[in-house]
Design a protein around this ligand. Structure first.
Ligand code: GRF
Length: 220
């Protein structure tokens, strides 16, 4: 079977990208990362990709006449690399719905909250301010709605008493890496699909996202 091809969009640090690279290298994830694309030339994510020998492209939004022109170029380059799956891992731009439309069911995002709670920014601070006892991260299929697509899988952790947003973010991020690798693994093996707008796991519709266990495996 041909290797499952992945393109990654990232704007920043790239630790989730690194988790995919590391899992692939360790033989734990049968994928090939065919492209890492970003909107910030200096992003650490792009350096990580270069270090791993992965083709990169950095497009500067300021050099396009419109937001849509940027998205058209970006998605043209993604399509040219022919990925089976597009992974948004810390990509900090809102994408044009028309550019995204052909990727329905083939694009996922990782978000640092238990969606539908806290779409958008500052999720850790918002969870602490709300007094939440449990917080976490979600991998979901991408739709035109920001952080709003159907949920695939979640990782939860208990919020510690008096914990700062930074400390909580660090602990969530560790779980994110495992959540993303486990989610990509299930998609690459064909066990997770999007059909008629609903996430299916082993051909049955999922009533709620899979949960990441202590053993780093996903289960219903
Ligand atoms: C992660 O918290 C991810 O959930 C969010 O952006 C952050 C990216 O971190 N979408 P990194 O660039 O992967 O280190």
């Amino acid at each position: 079977m041909p290797t499952f091809r992945i393109a990654v969009l990232a704007s920043g640090r790239g630790s989730n990208l690194q988790a995919l690279i590391d899992a692939q290298r360790a033989g734990a994830l049968p994928i090939e990362i065919v492209l890492v694309a970003g909107d910030k030339a200096g992003a650490r994510a792009l350096r990580r990709a270069e270090d791993a020998g992965i083709p990169t492209v950095a497009l500067d939004p300021k050099s396009y006449p419109t937001r849509v022109a940027f998205d058209v170029d970006l998605f043209g380059r993604i399509a040219a690399s022919a990925p089976d799956l597009l992974v948004l891992a810390g990509f900090m731009r809102i994408l044009d719905p028309a550019a995204l439309a052909p990727w329905q069911g083939r694009a996922i995002n990782i978000h640092p909250s238990l969606l539908p709670k806290y779409p958008g920014l500052h999720t850790h601070r918002r969870a602490i301010e709300a007094g939440d006892a449990v917080h976490g991260a979600t991998v979901h299929f991408v739709t035109a709605e920001l952080d709003g697509g159907p949920g695939i899988a979640q990782a939860s952790i208990d919020v510690r008493h008096g914990e700062t947003p930074e400390a909580l973010a660090k602990r969530v991020l560790e779980r994110e890496h495992r959540l993303l690798v486990a989610s990509v693994s299930l998609i690459a093996s064909g066990r997770i699909t999007l059909r008629d707008g609903a996430v299916h796991f082993d051909d049955a519709p999922l009533a709620s996202p899979l949960r990441l266990g202590r053993d780093d495996r996903l289960a219903g």
